[in-house]
Write a protein that binds this ligand. Structure first.
Ligand SMILES: *Cc1c(COP(=O)(O)O)cnc(C)c1O
Length: 235
């Protein structure tokens, strides 16, 4: 592959526009207003030049699942005012880099991590937007908090003022069974509704990816995380 081909990300404009149209159509199909659902572009495995091309389209928030990748891209893109969003499983020893580089973590799934982030954020004098990732799928490979532990976890987070909890995140089961996928999203919404009934404010539900965003929107997603359908297949 020539360098030229490799660095040509002009396809992003059409993919982005098509994705927004598909999300809008899913909203209309679900009887919701398109303005209720935002798209988080997931740039993982794509190079800094791809992100720069997306910035030129007016995007400024990007999801990554590895802190190391944020480190590698943040340098060459330091002129771009990007908000980096961590969406992948996070090791506690990465808290320092996250506190410096990320504006948001959607994969907060345990107390040890929350506590480590809070300590580093205090040192940096920063705050972080967070979503609590809940495990709604039986697959071993999926991380996330046990749903039964959510109420106590949210209560405990009240003691960590550097973490601003805005809602919940999940990954649905990887399955061709549309009902099984949708049940994961419904469970997340139910957990949110139960927390709201107890007086919490949790407006955000991050759920749905390239293959299942329409079902997530039907179940109340406020944000879908889209990689493949915008950036292309990961190699
Ligand atoms: C990679 C990833 C996505 C995007 O997946 P696509 O199927 O490429 O849209 C969304 N959420 C998480 C947590 C991911 O790791």
């Amino acid at each position: 592959m020539s360098d030229n081909q490799h660095n040509d990300f002009s396809y992003l404009a059409a993919n982005w526009a098509a994705m927004r149209e598909r999300v809008d159509a899913a909203c209309v199909g679900a009887g919701r207003a398109p303005a209720e659902v935002s798209i988080l572009p997931v740039s993982k495995t794509f190079p800094a030049e791809a992100v720069r091309a997306a910035v030129a389209l007016g995007l400024h928030r990007f999801g990554e699942n590895k802190v190391q990748e944020i480190r590698e891209k943040a340098g060459p893109l330091s002129d771009c005012a990007i908000d980096w969003v961590v969406i992948g499983h996070l090791q506690t020893n990465k808290a320092k880099d996250v506190a410096r580089l990320a504006t948001e973590v959607q994969s907060l799934d345990r107390w040890e991590l929350a506590d480590a982030l809070h300590k580093r954020l205090q040192i940096e004098g920063r705050t972080l937007d967070v979503l609590v990732q809940v495990k709604t799928s039986p697959e071993e490979s999926k991380s996330g908090l046990d749903p039964a532990e959510l109420p106590a976890f949210l209560d405990a987070l009240d003691d960590l003022p550097t973490l601003r909890v805005g809602g919940l995140m999940t990954m649905a089961v990887n399955s061709d069974d549309a009902d099984a996928v949708r049940a994961c999203f419904r469970q997340l919404r139910d957990l949110r509704d139960q927390a709201v009934a107890r007086g919490r404010s949790l407006p955000r539900l991050s759920m749905g990816m390239s293959g299942d965003f329409a079902q997530a929107i039907a179940e109340g997603a406020t944000e879908v995380r889209i990689g493949t359908a915008i950036f292309g297949r990961r190699t």
